[in-house]
Design a protein around this ligand. Structure first.
Ligand code: KIV
Length: 301
């Protein structure tokens, strides 16, 4: 169903700047006549989507231009995921990335996105020790990273943490099911919530919702379990590898757009082949330089 209650998207830029000229370059183009200017997606819009049986889209973003493009394409939520660890910083897992590494990425995405709700992941080790630690880290992501909300991974054990953060004014999305920060504890990338284990996810989701989480994200959960969790919750759910009964869906953008090479998870649908496009562009540029064809007179002063 179309998300009719979510604010309208921005009009894509018509006149590109000659070269990068700061955050929000394209979004500075005024909306076409007769179109409402984009208004910010808020957490209550996501709740309206759930209440109305609508869906919203979420993508990861880690820097200015993809944030701007996805925002103008109408993606409702941008996630500055700790997956930056393996998709930006070259690590094998999400565990090594730090608060100091994620904060500048979050700030870039938040500055570039004029409409989308920007959610930042709290990295491993930055919230587990106590609710106080989680509040302190969450404050940094809203204050220094300019995020609108944060996401933490965890079970019902983190209900007190969520409660403390929400009371401090930090909107929290809770991430359950397969939680990549616990990859070693969970024994690798494994589907969670199969069969009798489904009730555990329902209990976790309810505890986190009752603690004040505005949304619950489920990763690698059987579609029927995710549907049961979604039905049990008042708040909107987001799925990644969790079937199509959630309010929202999220994918890592490099997977969605085919920038990353290698084996894709079953739940990934690729909408482009940016790896081939960029490889071809780089190879053509290299050829032109080596053969003396670039720069030609039209690119010379
Ligand atoms: O960091 C991330 O990209 C995520 C998604 C897998 C939801 O948490």
């Amino acid at each position: 169903m179309a998300p009719s209650n979510l604010p309208e998207s921005t009009t894509p830029a018509e006149v590109p700047a000659p070269y990068g000229s700061g955050p929000g370059t394209g979004a500075q183009t005024p909306p076409a006549a007769g179109r409402k200017p984009a208004s910010r997606i808020r957490i209550h819009h996501l709740q309206q989507a759930k209440d109305n049986g609508e869906h919203f889209a979420m993508l990861t973003a880690y820097e200015q231009y993809t944030a701007e493009i996805f925002d103008q394409a109408g993606i409702e939520v941008l996630l500055v995921g700790d997956s930056a660890s393996n998709n930006v910083f070259g690590n094998e897992t999400s565990l090594p990335v730090t608060v100091d590494e994620l904060l500048p990425l979050t700030r870039a995405v938040s500055r570039a996105a004029k409409r989308a709700l920007v959610v930042a992941d709290l990295p491993f080790g930055s919230y587990e020790i106590s609710p106080g630690q989680a509040v302190a880290t969450g404050v940094r992501f809203l204050k220094e990273g300019l995020a609108h909300a944060v996401k933490i991974e965890g079970t019902a054990y983190y209900a007190e943490t969520v409660k403390a953060m929400v009371q401090a004014g930090i909107p929290v999305m809770a991430h359950i099911g397969f939680t990549p920060q616990s990859e070693h504890a969970l024994g690798g990338y494994r589907v969670q919530g199969r069969g009798d284990d489904a009730q555990r996810l329902v209990d976790d989701a309810l505890a986190l919702q009752d603690a004040g989480a505005f949304s619950v994200l489920m990763e690698m959960v059987p579609a029927e379990t995710a549907a049961v969790v979604d039905a049990a919750l008042r708040v909107p759910t987001v799925g990644i590898g969790a079937g199509n009964h959630t309010t929202g869906q999220v994918l890592v953008w490099q997977d969605m757009a085919g920038l990353r090479g290698g084996k894709m998870a079953k739940f990934v649908k690729q909408y482009a082949d940016l790896r081939t496009t960029l490889t071809d562009a780089a190879a053509a540029y290299g050829e032109d330089v080596r053969s003396g064809q670039f720069p030609g007179p039209e690119h010379s002063f």
